[in-house]
Design a protein around this ligand. Structure first.
Ligand code: CP
Length: 311
C-alpha cells in the first residue's frame, strides 16, 4: 500500500477487513514500527481519529507526533504561484516537505469547506499533501471521504457474522451543515461487499452519482428500514445545492419505534452524535457505536502495518 486515502488504494478490501479483526482477536502488540515515526496533522477537530490512530501507532512501537496545524502553525497558502504578501505565511509545499522530513508516515485531516463543490470534490488539500510528501499519506478524513471510518464500519459489520446483510444508510437531522464524506465513503466501501445496501434521504439530499451506482435509493425512510440488519445513520448537507440544508418535512430522527421496523437491526453511527436529534438516547445506548469506536484502533493499526511493510 502506497497511501491510504480511499478504497481504491486497497487491492483486496475484504482481506484488510479480516486483518482488522485478526489484530483485534489475536493480540495487537508488535515491534514492526520500532524507530519509525508517525506524524498526525489536523486542520479540524477530532477525538476518535486522533486517539485511536495514536494508540494504533503505540501498539506497533512507533513514535507519534501530532499537530493541530490551524491552531499552532503558520497560516498556510494553498495556491501555487501565489505572491505571499498577505495573511498566509507558509506555503503548503514547504510545510508538507518539512513534515515529511520528520516522519516515516503522515496522516492528515482536512474537511470540506462546503462552499466550492469542485474544490472539495477535487480533494485539493489532500492532493497537495500527496504531491509534496516524501512519505506515505493516510487520510484521517478528507473533504469527500473518511476511509479509516469506513474500514472500521465494515469490520464491525463483518464481526456480527450476518451473511449478505441488509444495510440501510439513512440521512438524519442535524443543526449544522455537515460534509458528505462519511456517507460517500461508507457507500464506496460497502458496495465492495456482498451486502444489500439501501440509501434513504429526504428530497434535496441525494449524494454524488459517483458513490450511488448500484445502490437502491428511496425518500421513504420507514419502508427502507423494514428488514434492515444494520441502520447506519449520518447527517450530510445537500450535494446538488452544495453545502445548503434544504428544509425537511418529516421526522428523520431514528427512534426506537423506527428500529422496531427492522430485522432486529443494529444502529451504527461514526460519532460524534447529537443525541435526540440524530437518534434517541434509547437507540444510541443499545447500538454498536462503541464497538465501532474501539474498532477504529484496529483499523488504523491494520493500515499502519500495511504501510510499514511496504516502506
Ligand atoms: N468518527 C470520527 O472520525 O470521529 P472524530 O471526528 O472525533 O475523529
Amino acid at each position: 500500500m502506497k497511501n491510504f486515502t480511499s478504497v481504491h488504494d486497497i487491492k483486496h478490501p475484504q482481506s484488510l477487513i479480516q486483518q482488522v479483526l485478526e489484530i483485534k482477536n489475536n493480540g495487537k502488540r508488535s515491534t514492526l514500527g520500532t524507530n519509525k515515526t508517525l506524524a498526525l496533522i489536523f486542520f479540524n477537530p477530532s477525538l476518535r481519529t486522533r486517539l485511536s490512530t495514536q494508540n494504533a501507532a503505540i501498539n506497533l512501537d512507533m513514535d507519534v507526533i501530532v499537530m493541530n496545524i490551524n491552531k499552532n502553525g503558520w497560516n498556510i497558502e494553498f495556491e501555487d504561484g501565489s505572491v505571499m504578501d498577505g495573511s498566509t505565511q507558509e506555503h503548503i509545499k514547504d510545510a508538507v516537505q518539512v513534515i515529511s522530513g520528520y516522519c516515516d508516515i503522515m496522516g492528515v485531516r482536512t474537511f470540506a469547506n462546503l462552499k466550492n463543490r469542485d474544490e472539495d470534490y477535487e480533494e485539493k488539500v489532500l492532493k497537495k499533501f500527496i504531491e509534496h510528501s516524501n512519505v506515505p499519506v493516510i487520510s484521517l478524513e478528507s473533504a469527500t471521504l473518511h476511509p479509516l471510518q469506513s474500514l472500521t464500519d465494515l469490520a464491525t459489520i463483518a464481526e456480527s457474522n450476518i451473511p449478505k446483510p441488509n444495510i440501510v444508510l439513512s440521512w438524519a437531522p442535524h443543526p449544522k451543515a455537515l460534509p458528505q464524506a462519511v456517507a460517500n465513503s461508507f457507500l464506496q466501501w460497502i458496495t465492495k461487499t456482498d451486502a444489500a445496501i439501501t440509501l434513504t434521504h429526504p428530497k434535496g439530499y441525494g449524494l454524488s452519482k459517483r458513490f450511488t451506482d448500484g445502490v437502491a435509493i428511496t425518500n421513504d425512510q420507514e419502508s427502507a428500514l423494514e428488514n434492515a440488519d444494520f441502520v447506519y445513520t449520518k447527517n450530510w448537507s445537500s450535494y446538488s445545492q452544495y453545502g445548503q440544508t434544504p428544509s425537511v418535512e418529516n421526522d428523520w430522527t431514528i427512534s426506537q419505534e423506527k428500529m422496531d421496523l427492522t430485522n432486529n437491526g443494529k444502529f451504527m453511527h461514526c460519532l460524534p452524535i447529537r443525541r435526540n436529534v440524530v437518534a434517541t438516547d434509547e437507540v444510541i445506548d443499545k447500538s454498536l457505536v462503541f464497538e465501532q469506536t474501539k474498532n477504529r484502533e484496529y483499523a488504523a493499526q491494520a493500515v499502519l502495518q500495511n504501510l510499514l511493510e511496504d516502506l
